[in-house]
Ligand binder design. Structure first.
Ligand code: HEM
Ligand code: HEM
Length: 300
């Protein structure tokens, strides 16, 4: 297998096989064992499966520390992640067998629900890890985000200079569109990353259209969308029409670039956002689990 091996098939799917063996063993034990009543967490097998489940949860939570440990090479981290995904998923079965499919409105069931949320957010995490790096590469077309941002800044400067030579109002429109562009920031802003070029393009296209209209019809009493159009239609030379057209080209090019940057930032935010569910809720799960284990000893 190559190093491009997916985390799901890591080491010939070693952890998938380990997980299947563990699940099968639990199922066999569950079916062979006679609890002498309805199956539940308080039987001998219930305690065994509960202990396996709790140990797995503690081990899964250690992954965060592993991730940040300097002793790791990326290769071993991939192995940990592969094991994390498969063994984490097997908890659904192990805990269902632990409690004998019994639930109620209690702390035990709360722990189970929290566990499910952590696991399903993990599924989403695997989905984005497998899908988004490719999307990002394709979107960037081999440019880095820094290079794209630099080009956007350069276009902004050129557009402002060009607009300045046309008309103060057009300069204002371009300036506002630059100020309306939001790229970056915190994770929530990143998900809503956007670019303000559209408005400027609308205004410019309208101004161009009206300008050409006026020149065609040679009317002076046409109602105008923008005061600047009066000025342009009345007094502008063809040079200014040229400048307008280059400005539109420039801002269109910026729009293309800024859209790419915004998408790049959104992809990255998607790759992080699920961890804001996965990690805090895994701590809530640990708390509920401690409460569950402690309280279940009072049944005795
Ligand atoms: C050392 C680990 C564990 C021990 C000693 C343990 C102990 C118990 C006991 C004694 C019961 C029966 C309580 C009753 O019948 O009311 C039980 C039920 C249950 N346990 Fe655990 N457990 C452990 C781990 C876990 C884990 C990891 C989960 C899931 C996150 C879990 C979820 C449940 C659920 C949902 C029930 C059923 C509650 C109900 O009947 O309403 N347990 N556990
Ligand atoms: C109850 C079970 C689970 C617990 C307690 C748990 C806990 C954790 C913790 C603490 C981290 C470290 C995150 C960090 O510090 O950045 C993590 C990472 C991760 N978990 Fe889980 N997890 C569980 C189940 C799962 C499952 C079932 C999956 C997938 C199917 C999964 C997928 C992931 C992934 C992909 C990461 C990697 C994050 C990264 O490398 O940035 N987890 N998990």
């Amino acid at each position: 297998m190559t190093s491009h091996d997916s985390i799901l098939t890591y080491a010939r799917s070693r952890y998938l096989w380990i997980t299947l063996a563990l699940s099968l063993a639990s199922l066999v034990a569950y079916n062979l064992y006679d609890p002498g009543g309805p199956p539940n967490g308080g039987t001998w097998l219930g305690y065994t499966l509960g202990t396996i489940g709790a140990a797995l949860i503690v081990w899964l939570m250690l992954f965060g520390m592993r991730k940040r440990s300097y002793r790791n090479s990326p290769g071993t981290l991939r192995g940990w992640l592969s094991a994390h995904i498969y063994l984490g998923t097997s908890l659904i079965l192990i805990v269902l067998l632990h409690c004998g499919f019994q639930f109620g409105w209690n702390i035990h069931t709360l722990a189970f629900v929290l566990m499910l949320v952590v696991i399903f957010s993990g599924f989403f995490g695997v989905y984005v890890y497998l899908r988004y790096p490719n999307l990002m590469t394709r979107n960037r077309e081999s440019a880095t985000r820094e290079a794209m941002l630099e080009e956007v800044a350069e276009i902004d400067q050129n557009a402002l200079a060009l607009a300045d030579g046309i008309d103060p109002k057009i300069h204002g429109v371009v300036l506002r569109s630059i100020q309306n562009t939001r790229l970056g920031g915190g994770v929530w802003t990143q998900l809503r990353a956007h670019d303000g070029s559209d408005l400027a393009l609308d205004s410019l296209h309208k101004a161009m259209a009206e300008r050409e209209n006026k020149q065609d019809m040679k009317t002076t009493e046409m109602p105008t969308m923008f005061a600047m159009v009066d000025y342009l239609a009345g007094r502008a030379t063809d040079k200014q029409g040229e400048a307008m057209r280059s400005l539109i080209d420039l801002i269109s090019r910026k729009k293309g670039l800024a859209t790419k940057v915004a998408r790049d930032i959104q992809y990255q935010a998607m790759m992080e956002i699920w961890l804001y569910v996965h990690v805090p809720l895994s701590f809530a799960l640990l708390a509920a689990l401690i409460a569950h284990i402690t309280s279940s000893f009072f049944y005795w």
